[in-house]
Structure formats: structure tokens, C-alpha cells
Design a protein around this ligand. Structure first.
Ligand SMILES: Cc1ncc(COP(=O)(O)O)c(C=O)c1O
Length: 345
């Protein structure tokens, strides 16, 4: 929909002119045969950002997570994962399909699992039990509206994991948002995990690409899994250049997206039939509770669309707005106007 205010996801951004220029000018090579220089540069910069030995470039966040799962587990294992996490909810059962592992899900408070519950859920070393092979955390936590999982919570979970010699994987698709919102370096969060992913095609605004980072030992295994999944690409420097540009130029500006999300929440909260307390907005997501007697989420999203505002209906009672590089204050004004008009009708 041309000219729409598109709040459905931060994945909808299009590369800026500067990013396109960087992509067009990228030096490339065959990454599988003898290495693509731009991919190598991106992997090194991402590893530095995340405080890990190295990183592997992969096409998507899903593949980054699945490469990690494949590198840490073997068929018949079990993983502990937060109940709403992308790994278990939105990856089409890949953990079981690809790696033959089962997932035990734990509840959380805004993405923060109880370290005591994690400890209690780890299986004993007993022939009748599966091996608990991995603990998965997500930063920021999408299911609770982009909340920043507190560093102390992640450190406590890492401590439990280390006591049991179990690795931790962090789905850091939006770790840069957490770092900017909390002013805590991404590498400090990532230090709580043995592997960490980062997506460039979400708030960072690149068209394609993620990395999976970790120790040299982990990366040696991860590389084989990436190969098996078909995620090792050829002249991928073209897209890596977009990701590199994003890492260099689009991290600090995430603060603008966070401010805009709060502004949107302020504009919508308290309108009859809508609730989204601005204080609950920590990063670039706004979850709006639909309390309207006659409208459900899908109906409301359809009405917003008539006003040129695109939004996701997560359920009959929840709409999700996501701010990003391609929306600004005028889009928030348009949304507020649309909401007032719809709700008055
Ligand atoms: C938290 C989280 N992890 C992973 C992914 C997967 O990313 P992709 O769509 O690039 O596979 C997403 C996608 O939105 C996500 O929100």
C-alpha cells in the first residue's frame, strides 16, 4: 500500500540511499570458496559488537537460532526456552523438525524467566531422562512487547547454566534495541550467553541478514550446521555491506524509534476502547489492548487500513505497532487521527 504508515513490523524498512550506495560499492568474492571480504569484515565487526570470538553471516534470524540449536544439541535432547520465545513459537517447529530436540517452555515476567525455576527444570543425569542441552533466552523479548530483560536476570540464569555445564543461547534479534534503551553494551548482555544472534533486517534497517556469534569452538560446529541448512552464501558481500552500514550508522538512532513508540502509546492510551500505558513501552513495540465492545483486533486493523495505517492484529484483543526507520512523527499523528475517527464512529 503506497504511502501507508506501516507499523506492522520493523522488518518492512527499505534500504536508505546511503545503504544502497554501500551495497552497490561492496567488494565481493565467493564466500564458500575463498571468502567474501565484505562478509569477513561484517563478521569481525559483529563479533566485536557482541564481544565474541567470531560470528557467521546467515540469511535470517530463524537460521541464526537454528544454527545455534544444531551446534549445541543432538537428537533426543531437550532445550529450556521461554514460553513466548520466537524459537519455540514462530519457527514452525524447527527445533524438533531439524534437530530432533524437544522444548520445555517456562513462563516469564516480561521475558525474565525465574532462575530458580530454570534450575528446577534441568533434568538429572538419569537414563530415563532427556539431556537438558541448552537454555534459550530472548533479548529484547517480543512476546511481552519488546521489553528489555534485566541484565541481573540474565546473569542469574547464566550462573545456573554454568553450574550445570549447560550452554545458553541468546536470541538477540533486537539486542541492539536493548543496548540502546538500557545504555548497557550489547556485549555485556551477550556475555551471559555462549551463543548470540543479531538481526540486521529489523530495527537496524538492512534488507537481509543476521549473524550467529560465539566462541571459536562453537563456530566450528555452527559452520557445519550452516552448511547443512544451505545458509552459506556466495557473493553475499552485497547484502553484508547493507548490514555493515546498519551496524555503523543505525544503532544509536534506535533511540528515535523508542521515543516514537512512547509517543504513539501516549497518543492512543486512554482513547475509548484502547489501552497501552506508555510506561510499558521500553523499546520500539507498542502492544495495544483492545477493550472496545464491538471491535476486535482484526476489525480494528482493517479500519486503520482504510485510513492508510497498517498494523498487526496479534489476537482479537491485541494490536501491535512497531516503530522503525521508515515511520516518523507524521505517521504517529496520522494514527492518532485515524484512531479518534474510528472510535468516534
Ligand atoms: C525475536 C526474534 N527472533 C528471531 C526472529 C526471526 O527472524 P527472521 O524473520 O529473519 O527469520 C524474529 C523475527 O521477527 C524475532 O522477532
Amino acid at each position: 500500500m503506497n504511502g501507508a504508515s506501516d507499523f506492522r513490523s520493523d522488518t518492512v524498512t527499505r534500504p536508505t540511499a546511503a545503504m544502497r550506495a554501500a551495497m552497490a560499492a561492496a567488494e565481493v568474492g565467493d564466500d564458500v570458496l575463498d571468502g567474501d571480504p565484505t562478509v569477513k569484515e561484517l563478521e569481525a565487526r559483529a563479533a566485536e559488537f557482541l564481544g565474541k570470538d567470531g560470528a557467521l553471516f546467515v540469511p535470517s534470524g530463524t537460521m541464526a537460532n537454528q544454527v545455534a540449536l544444531g551446534a549445541w544439541t543432538r537428537s533426543g535432547d531437550e532445550i529450556l526456552v521461554e514460553r513466548e520465545a520466537h524459537v519455540v513459537r514462530w519457527e514452525a517447529g524447527a527445533a524438533g523438525f531439524l534437530h530432533g530436540v524437544q522444548s520445555v517452555t517456562l513462563s516469564s515476567v516480561r521475558g525474565a524467566m525465574d532462575p530458580g525455576e530454570v534450575r528446577a527444570t534441568i533434568r538429572p543425569d538419569f537414563i530415563h531422562c532427556p539431556r537438558t542441552a541448552l537454555i534459550c533466552v530472548e533479548q529484547t523479548h517480543m512476546g511481552s512487547g519488546g521489553s528489555v530483560v534485566p541484565l541481573a536476570n540474565l546473569e542469574a540464569i547464566a550462573k545456573v547454566a554454568r553450574e550445570h555445564a549447560i550452554p545458553v543461547h541468546m536470541d538477540g534479534a533486537r539486542l541492539a534495541n536493548a543496548a540502546v534503551a538500557s545504555r548497557i553494551a550489547a556485549s555485556r548482555y551477550a556475555a551471559c550467553a555462549d551463543s548470540v544472534s543479531l538481526c540486521f533486517s529489523k530495527g537496524l534497517g538492512a534488507p537481509v541478514g543476521s549473524v550467529i556469534a560465539g566462541s571459536a569452538d562453537f563456530l566450528a560446529r555452527a559452520k557445519v550446521v550452516r552448511k547443512r541448512l544451505g545458509g552459506w552464501m556466495r557473493q553475499s558481500g552485497l547484502i553484508a555491506a547493507g548490514a555493515l552500514h546498519a551496524l555503523e550508522h543505525h544503532v544509536e538512532r534506535l533511540a528515535d524509534d523508542h521515543a516514537l513508540a512512547k509517543e504513539l502509546a501516549r497518543a492512543l492510551h486512554g482513547l475509548p476502547g484502547l489501552a497501552c500505558p506508555p510506561e510499558a513501552v521500553e523499546t520500539n513495540l507498542v502492544l495495544v489492548q483492545v477493550t472496545h465492545a464491538e471491535l476486535d483486533g482484526a476489525a480494528l486493523a482493517a479500519k486503520f487500513k482504510e485510513h492508510g495505517v497498517l498494523v498487526s492484529a496479534l489476537s482479537p484483543r491485541v494490536l501491535r505497532f512497531v516503530t522503525h526507520l521508515d515511520v516518523g512523527p507524521k505517521d504517529v499523528e496520522r494514527t492518532a487521527r485515524a484512531a479518534r475517527s474510528i472510535l468516534a464512529g
